[in-house]
Design a protein around this ligand. Structure first.
Ligand code: ZN
Length: 354
């Protein structure tokens, strides 16, 4: 079968020099595994980390890809919940399933956790993949392969942040940082599904797209006055509701440059939930924003298989959709990653197919 392969790292992001389309052996399912014909997969930042060999020197040769959707071609003898012909997507969180965290329902906290297609190979950038039954979820009929592949990692992350960790409630005011991003555009829709009021941050050219997804207000967080603007919106909302002004839940993946400002915008007892730090890790924090205000600062990584199923259910109900920005073939992978890194003209996920 065809797969997108690299045999050395590209620390200078010269991915075109290392990526090749090759024939690799067809995978054979183990007794507990499901064989999937991949119809669509997507690009994620961990593919880039893999190719850079940093922060983790992944196994070489390597086939990346942590999002996949397709049809089940075969199942191992011990598989009971999935059958040949099912339309499925992948829960890319490989956990041990026996440790204290796993058996407490926190598979995302498993110390042996690995991300499929990043810390394991081959991942989804191949024509066929084998996965343990426990990592395979069915896709609702109304959700396309492309939608499911584009959603899986980001939907899981965004759902776990807002529903699993921050436990959003109807009527809350939610700040979605980077509303244009992979997790951000889903965060907007999840918060709206929960009847929250949403302030999203985005550049002016993406403001309309965020509003289309349901954002009630859009602010440009690259604008110096953005904190003041959000504070103004909070005051306006508080006047209508009679409550205290401020953000209930801030959804962050930006990190360093905007972390303390988010803390300053939270209400007393508010929550900041973070799944990443794209601008850097070294945030300067005024700790009074945490202890004096009783702030909850929550970390979040991936999520449970059940959470992915919940998110996909709501996609099937038409309440959440993935933004798909571009589609490429394996042969065009270098171009795909170039657009992925530059973000030029891109709103949503990049799909890649054989
Ligand atoms: Zn475990």
């Amino acid at each position: 079968m065809k797969a997108l392969v690299y045999k050395e790292y590209a620390p200078n992001d010269n991915f075109g020099d290392i990526l090749t389309v090759e024939e690799i052996p067809n995978p054979e399912p183990q007794p507990n595994e499901v064989l999937i014909q991949v119809k669509a997969s997507a690009l994620n930042y961990n593919d880039v980390w893999g190719m850079r060999g940093n922060p983790i020197p992944v196994e070489l040769p390597h086939t990346s890809g942590s999002d996949a959707a397709g049809d089940v071609l075969a199942v191992g003898s011990e598989v009971t919940s999935i059958k040949v012909g099912d339309r499925v997507a992948v829960h890319a969180n490989f956990a041990c399933r026996v440790c204290e965290a796993c058996t407490s329902g926190r598979e995302y906290d498993c110390s042996k956790r690995m991300v499929w297609g990043f810390q394991t190979t081959p991942g989804s950038h191949a024509e066929q993949v084998c996965l343990p039954e426990v990592n395979v979820v069915k896709i609702p009929d109304s959700v396309s392969y492309e939608q499911a592949a584009a959603a899986a990692m980001n939907l899981l992350t965004a759902w776990h942040m807002l529903v699993g960790r921050a436990q959003i409630k109807p009527g809350q005011l939610v700040l979605i940082m980077g509303g244009r991003s992979g997790v951000g555009h889903l965060g907007i829709q999840i918060a709206k599904l929960y009847n929250c009021t949403v302030i999203a941050t985005a550049s002016p050219e993406n403001a309309g797209l965020c509003k289309e997804l349901g954002a009630d207000y859009v602010v440009n967080h690259r604008d110096e006055g953005w904190v003041k603007e959000v504070r103004g919106i909070c005051k306006e909302i508080a006047k209508q509701t009679g409550g205290a002004p401020g953000i209930d839940v801030s959804f962050d993946h930006i990190g360093e440059t905007h972390f303390n400002a988010q803390l300053s915008l939270l209400k007393f007892g508010g929550t900041l939930v973070s799944c990443g730090a794209t601008t850097g890790y070294d945030a300067k924090i005024d700790l009074r924003q945490i202890f004096f205000k009783g702030t909850n600062v929550l970390g979040s990584t991936q999520g449970t298989k059940a959470e992915l199923e919940q998110g996909l259910y709501w996609m099937g109900q038409g309440k959440i959709k993935s933004a798909i920005g571009a589609e490429y073939t394996f042969d065009q992978a270098a171009e795909a990653y170039e657009q992925f890194l530059s973000g030029k003209g891109l709103f949503g996920k990049i799909i890649i197919k054989p």
